[in-house]
Design a binder for this molecule. Sequence first.
Ligand SMILES: NC(=O)c1ccc[n+]([C@@H]2O[C@H](COP(=O)([O-])OP(=O)(O)OC[C@H]3O[C@@H](n4cnc5c(N)ncnc54)[C@H](OP(=O)(O)O)[C@@H]3O)[C@@H](O)[C@H]2O)c1
Length: 361
Amino acid sequence: MRADLALVGFGNVGRRFAQLLDERRDWLALDYDLQCRIVGIATRRHGAAFRANGVDPADALKAVTSKGSLASLHENGDEAPDTFEVIRRLAAGDAELRVLVETTTLDIDAGQPAIDHVRAAMRAGCHAITANKGPAAFAYEELSALAADRGVSFLFEGAVMDGIPVFNLVRETLPAVDVLGFRGVVNSTTNEILTALEDGQSFDDALARMQAEGIAEADPSLDVDGWDAAAKTAALANVLMRARLTPQAVDREGIGPAIARAAMAARSRGARVRLVASAERTATGVATSVRPTELAESDLLAGLRGTANALVLKTDLLGEIAICQLGGGLTQTAYALLSDLVTVRRRQPPARRQAAPDRIP
Ligand SMILES: NC(=O)c1ccc[n+]([C@@H]2O[C@H](COP(=O)([O-])OP(=O)(O)OC[C@H]3O[C@@H](n4cnc5c(N)ncnc54)[C@H](OP(=O)(O)O)[C@@H]3O)[C@@H](O)[C@H]2O)c1
């Protein structure tokens, strides 16, 4: 089955996804009968290109880094399209699967422009997969209803804990289980900073390292002020607990250089400070928070060092279930998009092969 993809966003995650698609090309073909082709790439400052026969991501990377623009790759030398034109052309194609791969920058005020990109693609009959937290954190109810209405998939496994299958875990393996709440460490940058402070390193050095590795958000205040964790908390609560929250509704406190003293003091007492995201069902809804919290050393979350993340789900039938990632990064996030793509494929009816007729004796 052929899948045409448009990458909206071609930064750290979009580029790693394009590489991974190439690295796993044979697996996708053999195990899932899936032949993928990138037909469009759109960015904010580097223009956009669409080619019905496929855009080579290596050429796109060269064009972005050398010329600063994708315009030269656009087909027939037409006037370069904008992002929505790339989505329109994707939708007009004849591939059996047409998929928007959305990896634009997180906007913490309203989740835009990612929500508009996902909405436009699904309205036009395309599937939408994204690593951006905005759509699930701000518009989960609307977008999942739209996906159901149009018979397409809206998937966002990479939005929380990189490639660790949090949403897949609940959707695919916990039928009829009620998630009553959760607590977790879901932001890699702040966890790396907190463990570096315990080891006597400086706040600024740890943050600079996370930025150099492409793990910190483009605007690092989103990480240290707790906004990234708040967006993930809202997304988790909306999807797993049917809450209707935005990140702004999460009771939030971030970390700054002054947290060093508390981190060292906690360590001297055999405890640890971690930025804990939590949610709990209450009589009136779902109460959520993100805040630095001192944890006993025996707490699973206290043992998470560096970029490790973990989420403990409190459920009605299975008690507490924990899922850990002992080191996240770009490959894991790109993998989440790849796994969403395979989910889109798996949801298609099996290819109908014409059976050879029985011989009449
Ligand atoms: N990095 C990680 O480890 C990680 C992990 C989990 C989730 N995420 C999420 O994944 C997304 C991408 O992260 P990243 O690290 O790849 O970010 P990034 O390197 O800053 O890349 C963002 C890309 O989005 C493009 N973009 C921004 N606004 C756009 C618009 N209006 N239309 C079209 N393109 C637009 C940018 O274009 P220009 O190139 O022209 O600026 C850039 O190509 C973010 O939402 C982030 O929160 C990242």
